[in-house]
Design a protein around this ligand. Structure first.
Ligand SMILES: [Fe+2]
Length: 306
């Protein structure tokens, strides 16, 4: 059995080890490092090495310092235990291997505990440029270096805390239909915040506009496009705009928001939570991202358990 699993590797969409864990209902798993195939390591190596010059040119300094501090291997998939040893001492964060999709509330709850749900599979070599779902390159090379920066890590924790506020508020709404309606709006606002900052955020820097969003930092094509292309609209972030702005999926983002610093970003999360408490997130413009049934249910379940 182990031989069969090893032969298949841990490739996105074709990793029996992960699929079997999912079928057993296990969300948290081990990295099972020995199951990576040679081709899995080669994919990591190709992705990592072609990103390096682009990171140097377009990534913000915090990310570059994080890469140095973590000392991620360029030639093979990193061991998460090695990554965590360094990461924990820097910001208290740890990468926690998961079997796939993590329902919204559980995801934010992990962030509030300084855990980052991390995919262990890696994309197939025929799909180097675009992958709709996260893989270990996106999660570890794109996200984790940012988590070494204490100020950014604190933003994630605070955002995780917003999910607890959302649940506490939902628990006080007696009418089930109204409770669901409000939660849908609040989750959409939180998802857009995450999307336009943690995944696709830009930051003002002494050397120009630089990326700190992990969706950009893990994409060879989009990172350059986000900074250089005249087709991208880049605006100083405005929270009112951001929470009502529909996200775009399946192609490069045409509109991106710029923050001044991580302190600035932290103040935006605080404002988001104030608005939530004031009921200002109860009517957010419709549009993407879609709220998956599992995401909504996870918030409803958490509210019910209070
Ligand atoms: Fe991501």
């Amino acid at each position: 059995m182990a031989g069969t699993l090893a032969a298949t590797g841990l490739t996105t969409g074709s990793a029996p080890f992960v699929e079997e864990a999912r079928n057993r209902g296990e969300l948290y798993i081990t990295q099972a490092y020995e199951l990576y195939s040679q081709q899995n390591h080669e994919v990591w190596s190709s992705l990592y090495q072609r990103m390096q010059p682009r990171w140097e040119r377009y990534a913000n300094d915090h990310f570059l310092r994080g890469l140095d501090a973590l000392n991620l291997p360029a030639d093979r998939i990193p061991h998460l235990t090695d990554v965590n040893q360094r990461l924990k001492t820097m910001s208290g964060f740890e990468a926690r291997p998961v079997s796939g999709y993590v329902p919204g509330f559980l995801f934010f709850d992990c962030l509030s505990r300084r855990e980052f749900p991390t995919t262990i599979t890696i994309r197939d070599h025929t799909r180097m440029d675009y992958l709709p779902e996260p893989d270990i390159f996106h999660d570890v090379a794109g996200h984790i270096p940012m988590h070494t920066e204490k100020a950014f890590a604190d933003v994630l924790v605070r955002l995780g805390g917003c999910a607890h506020t959302a649940v506490a508020m939902a628990a006080r709404v007696r009418d089930r239909e109204e409770q669901t309606r409000r939660l849908r709006n609040v989750i959409r606002a939180m998802s857009r915040f995450f999307w336009f900052t943690v995944e696709f955020g830009l930051m003002r820097a002494p050397n120009g506009i630089r990326a700190y969003g992990s969706g950009l930092l893990s994409s060879y094509g989009e990172l350059e496009h986000a900074i250089e292309s005249s087709e991208v609209q880049r605006y100083p972030v405005q929270l009112e705009w951001l929470i009502h702005q529909g996200a775009e999926i399946d192609h490069y983002q045409p509109l991106l928001f710029i923050v001044d610093s991580f302190d600035h970003l932290f103040s935006l999360v605080e404002q988001l939570e104030h608005w939530m408490r004031d009921g200002k997130l109860n009517n957010v413009a419709p549009g993407l991202p879609e709220i998956a049934a599992g995401d909504l249910q996870s918030f409803l379940d958490a509210a019910k358990s209070l």
